[in-house]
Write a protein that binds this ligand. Structure first.
Ligand SMILES: CC(C)(COP(=O)(O)OP(=O)(O)OC[C@H]1O[C@@H](n2cnc3c(N)ncnc32)[C@H](O)[C@@H]1OP(=O)(O)O)[C@@H](O)C(=O)NCCC(=O)NCCS
Length: 237
């Protein structure tokens, strides 16, 4: 994990980003679950499989590490709250209590976790690498332009995954819903900027983007508001 620098105005322009194996995160903290709230611990306890529980706990720990670095505090002093805007349940878009200016996001999948904390809207998504193409996902979630990009790619599975990561990261910023993001075109990315397009082709919002590849996973992080993303091992398009 690396850092951006404070902006010329003195405003903190850092996006603290980390993408790590679950095991590594859990080994770094003596008692990872003690960092979580009682609500989070209850959610963790409800997982059927230990591996899924470990991913969940590691992601909730990692986001505290990122947020603590951003605000100059300690992970154990941060309380993360989730409240679903649909059902009111303890899931959905997270906030850090007492730090209204801080936005956070995380992702957990198959032995790896990713997290981001920034003073701007941000979203991060992580998935295991895949070579196959999920035809149902292509039909459901891609625009015509995105479908053509996947079809013409030498590695269509990876092309699909990269588009899907962008879409899920956008959803996690809170900017749009999962349904709405299906018709948002996310093919136009270059120079570290993702320029979205609406179904009618009109220019949508632009995001700073960075992608991270490990041997097993791909991750994508997006931020708004001129925040510089500094991601260890990142490939900026
Ligand atoms: C956001 C979403 C795309 C991510 O799902 P995913 O790829 O399966 O899982 P990831 O591990 O990458 O991300 C999960 C994290 O996304 C975040 N998240 C979930 N819903 C979110 C939302 N609506 N907005 C922002 N962030 C959200 C949470 O931090 C969650 O962490 P948790 O599972 O530990 O609570 C998926 O949860 C979604 O589609 N949510 C919207 C629909 C929904 O959940 N409705 C519930 C109605 S009761």
């Amino acid at each position: 994990m690396t850092r951006g620098a404070p902006g010329p105005s003195g405003a903190d322009r850092r996006a603290i980003v980390a993408v790590r194996p679950t095991r590594e995160v859990l080994q770094e903290v003596p008692d990872p679950r003690q960092l979580l709230s009682a609500v989070e611990r209850d959610r963790a306890a409800a997982f059927r499989y230990d591996a899924h529980r470990d991913d969940f706990v590691a992601a909730h720990v990692l986001v505290r590490m990122c947020a603590a670095e951003l605000v100059g505090g300690r992970p154990e002093d941060l309380t993360v709250i989730q409240r679903c805007s649909s059902c009111g349940g303890p899931h959905g878009k997270p906030v850090v209590m007492g730090h209204d200016e801080v936005h956070v996001s995380w992702s957990h999948a198959a032995g790896a976790v990713a997290a981001v904390a920034a003073h701007a809207l941000c979203g991060i998504d992580l998935e295991p690498r895949a070579d196959d193409v999920d035809a149902a996902l292509v039909d459901l979630a891609l625009t015509e332009r995105e479908k053509r990009l996947v079809e013409s790619s030498r590695r269509p599975g990876t092309a699909l995954l990269r588009l899907w990561l962008r879409k899920e990261a956008i959803v996690k910023t809170g900017e749009t819903s999962l349904d709405a993001v299906f018709s948002l075109d996310v093919t136009d990315a270059g120079g570290g900027v993702l320029r979205t397009r609406t179904a009618s082709g009109a220019a949508g919002r632009s995001w700073a983007i960075a992608e991270h590849r490990s041997a097993t996973h791909l991750a994508t992080v997006l931020t708004a508001g001129g925040v510089t993303i500094c991601l260890h091992g990142a490939e900026t398009e």
